[in-house]
Design a protein around this ligand. Structure first.
Ligand SMILES: NC(=O)c1ccc[n+]([C@@H]2O[C@H](COP(=O)([O-])OP(=O)(O)OC[C@H]3O[C@@H](n4cnc5c(N)ncnc54)[C@H](OP(=O)(O)O)[C@@H]3O)[C@@H](O)[C@H]2O)c1
Length: 160
């Protein structure tokens, strides 16, 4: 059981633009679905808005400061760290966005990163990771024929 951050980021750390993803990579979305299904997904309210519906077959937890926010099919919570501590016995996937990644990174044991081989302008970034604290355990290179983007699925584990 672990807290895992799952993210797709460009070479310069960009993860979002205008409230959406800066690319369309169907194989990445399939991997996201395969890894997260059956588990808990935790996301910021803005990421929830960009998805627009609860992700099926997963417990959806949305983090917001708005104490009157109610969303059908979703557990709205106000304290990310409390959520992570309460669900230590489960597989929790932190699925973004930028604000939530910053807060969750110190508590995460695994990173599932899709490194998209492009430099982009965007408005949301993934925080710098300290590579001395993480060990790469898996890497697989892919090409998206539609967009001609190359990208790699990379798994990292925190060094104990
Ligand atoms: N490439 C990827 O893998 C990926 C993944 C996910 C998202 N994204 C992109 O990232 C962007 C969204 O990221 P973002 O950084 O703008 O927003 P976000 O992290 O998704 O959500 C921010 C919201 O979360 C709530 N929040 C944050 N910290 C909190 C705290 N300490 N306590 C309580 N609530 C807290 C607040 O909601 P309230 O305003 O309701 O209080 C805040 O406005 C979009 O462009 C999205 O497409 C990319």
């Amino acid at each position: 059981m672990a807290i895992t951050i799952i993210v797709a980021k460009s070479n310069n750390g960009i993860i979002g633009k205008d409230g959406d993803l800066p690319w369309r990579l169907p194989e990445d979305l399939k991997r996201f679905k395969r890894l997260t299904t059956g588990n808990i997904v935790v996301m910021g309210r803005k990421t929830y808005d960009s998805i627009g519906r609860p992700l099926p077959n997963r417990k959806n937890i949305v983090i917001s400061r708005n104490t009157s926010l109610k969303i059908e099919g979703v557990e709205v919570e106000h304290d990310l760290i409390d959520v992570l501590k309460r669900n230590q016995e489960e597989n929790v996937y932190v699925i973004g966005g930028g604000q939530i990644y910053v807060e969750a990174l110190p508590f995460s044991e695994k990173l599932e990163v899709t490194e998209v081989d492009v430099e982009l302008v965007g408005d949301t970034s993934f925080p710098e990771i300290d590579s001395s604290q993480w060990k790469e355990i898996f890497r697989e290179k892919r090409v998206d024929l539609e967009s001609n983007l190359t990208y790699s699925f990379v798994s990292l584990e925190r060094i104990a």
